[in-house]
Design a binder for this molecule. Sequence first.
Ligand code: BTN
Length: 247
Amino acid sequence: FGRTFIGLEQVDSTNVKALALAREGAAEGTVVVADSQTGGRGRMRRAWVSPPGVNLYCSIVLRPPLPSVRVPEIPLVAAAAIHGAVTQECPELQAFIKWPNDLIVAGRKVCGILCEMESEPDFTHFVVVGFGLNVNLDPVPDELQGIATSLAIETGRQVSRARLLAAILNRFERLYREWLDEEDLGSLLPALEEHAWLKGRALQIEQFNRVLTGTEAGLSPQGHLLLRQEDGTVVPVASGEAHLRPV
Ligand code: BTN
């Protein structure tokens, strides 16, 4: 990844830019990185706080030659790659993967992943995987106090954005290629489960039109969260936002 590398000082959103490039035919592995974003996008139509000089805002174009049902697995492949890179560059930290697409350090969000898919007229599709990683952000803006953190805040030192980005792109490319050759998340499941932030916890999962309640009981090979409900039945949950439930 990154053979085509577009580095920008400022952009509205690296995802918007990467989607536009993909529509014009950008190759798989095209990387868009910006020092700051004026319209950083989060999940659920939220904004992503994107000040200059401190963080990583990056989007990668993928063209998986697979049926689109496998696309929802991609955020977890990315999460595993970013988790591995963060652990390599900041070995003093214990980072967790919060299903389906966040990284957590010290109970707070340090990274968010936003995957967007579009279909082409020839029925192929492309995916843009965007991630925002709080690297040297310090302090956290008031509105994110207690919710977000950064690698610098947690390690007490400056962390190299260039080294991190290189580590993420290298790992993501390797994991993505391995994943393409498999039927599902198979070989990534042990790492995803080992570092799962939600492991065994009481949860509420917020979906567009309903809220599911239960206890985390693992991850399916399709990347669905397994939720054990009150009555003991285990249901696979494909998407949503998980909140820890006070017990
Ligand atoms: C989330 O809501 O947790 C996902 C946040 C994703 C933010 C990243 S920053 C780089 C890329 N460009 C965007 O506009 N969003 C993603």
